[in-house]
Design a protein around this ligand. Structure first.
Ligand code: NAP
Ligand code: G4F
Length: 322
């Protein structure tokens, strides 16, 4: 039974990845940071099957202890300060966790468990003000937020440890992926939750920022499969993971409200408070390397994703009301 360590197991991706690895008979260790209240909502249903250990990407010795005790075969480093707007308010913290945290984990691997295979959760935010359309592994980076800059550091240190120390360390450059478990502050979930609230009479409007931004949105459940495949490959390499399609925030609104029989224009209010100091206008992937080498392809399309998220929010809110 292989052992996998997931940092960020309480997040969206961590919960789907834990489910996937359990279905493949892994022993799953989840690293969680200490907080005064539990943040286990997404993994509540898995708690009997996974082992939860305290640790923090700020704290080198907690990572070393974890590796010493468990010697995992695979590490999925998903933990991060992952919300882009927060990275302008807390740039140093974002650099510490999302950037330097990767080095702390890689140092632990190098010193304690160098045979462990390491996955780094890199991001299409690194492409930022895009230099090429669509974006692929060789597209130059131009990050537009402290988050994007921190992820770029995490990406290159992962490549560097592979080249310097011969570690099996890979960087998955994942485009936006969403699900009913997405945090409420990210735009897709803000829209599906907001539309569901309006439909059920719990709200009258939804305030959003830039409706023209375009993203390559896929389903998180599909993307964790790509992470796993990267660590099963013969050689460590970096992969772009996305759908190859791009849609605007406006189109997402149109579909989500439309699915509930509403016209988004009657409810969505553009509020400049949600504009960003520097925007990423367009992201669209070329996932052909992942398709050719890993045999990976997304299973859920844009329509299916929006429908899944809207229906889950209607169901969840309906239950709460009842
Ligand atoms: P998420 O839902 O925001 O989850 C982030 C996780 O990181 C949470 O479990 C959080 O724990 C944990 N964390 C934060 N700071 C930590 C620290 N100092 N020490 C230990 N754990 C810490 O993010 P996600 O959407 O699942 O994304 C997973 C990873 O992929 C992130 O690195 C993200 O930047 C990256 N990524 C995401 C996307 C996407 O579209 N979702 C695309 C590309 C890359 P708490 O529960 O305690 O807050
Ligand atoms: O949903 P978002 O906040 O995601 P963003 O900034 O693209 O970042 C997500 O994807 C990255 C991968 O590319 C991850 F690395 C990162 O961790 C995170 O998961 O915003 C998407 C777009 C932006 O252009 C934003 O300006 O939606 C636009 N937007 C418009 N109104 C809004 C809003 N975003 C948010 N969060 N809230 C709004 O009201």
């Amino acid at each position: 039974m292989p052992t996998a360590l997931i940092t960020g197991i309480t997040g969206q991706d961590g919960s789907y990845l834990a489910e996937l690895l359990l279905s493949k008979n892994y022993k799953v260790i989840g690293m969680v940071r200490r907080s005064s209240t539990l943040t286990f909502e997404r993994i509540q249903h898995l708690q009997d099957d996974i082992e939860i250990i305290q640790g923090d990407l700020h704290d080198q010795s907690s990572l070393m202890d974890l590796l010493e005790q468990h010697k995992p075969d695979e590490i999925y480093n998903l933990a991060a300060q992952s919300f882009v707007p927060t990275s302008w308010n807390q740039p140093v913290l974002t650099g510490e966790v999302t950037g330097l945290g990767v080095t702390r984990m890689l140092e632990a691997v190098r010193l304690i468990s160098p045979k462990t295979r390491f996955y780094q959760a890199s991001s299409s935010e690194m492409f930022g003000k895009v230099r090429e359309v669509p974006q692929r592994e060789t597209t130059p980076f131009y990050p537009r937020s402290p988050y994007g800059v921190a992820k770029m550091y995490g990406h290159w240190i992962t490549v560097n440890y592979r080249e310097s120390y011969n570690l099996f360390s890979v960087s998955g450059i994942l485009f936006n992926h969403e699900s009913p478990r997405r945090g409420l502050e990210f735009v897709t979930r803000k829209i599906t939750y907001g539309a569901a609230r309006i439909k059920l009479g719990l709200a009258k409007e939804l305030r959003l920022g830039n409706l023209e931004a375009r993203r390559d949105w896929g389903f998180a459940g599909d993307y964790v499969e790509a992470m796993w495949r990267m660590l099963q490959a013969d050689q460590p390499d970096d992969f772009v993971v996305g759908t190859g399609e791009t849609h605007s925030v406006r189109e997402f609104c149109e579909k989500a409200f439309g699915h509930l029989g509403m016209d988004y224009e009657q409810y969505v209010v553009v509020d400049p408070r949600f504009y960003r100091p520097a925007e990423v206008d367009l992201l669209v992937s070329d996932p052909s390397h992942a398709k050719n080498v890993l045999g990976w392809q997304p299973q859920v399309n844009f329509e299916g994703l929006v429908r899944m998220m809207v229906e889950a929010d209607i169901k969840r809110l309906g239950k709460e009301i009842a």
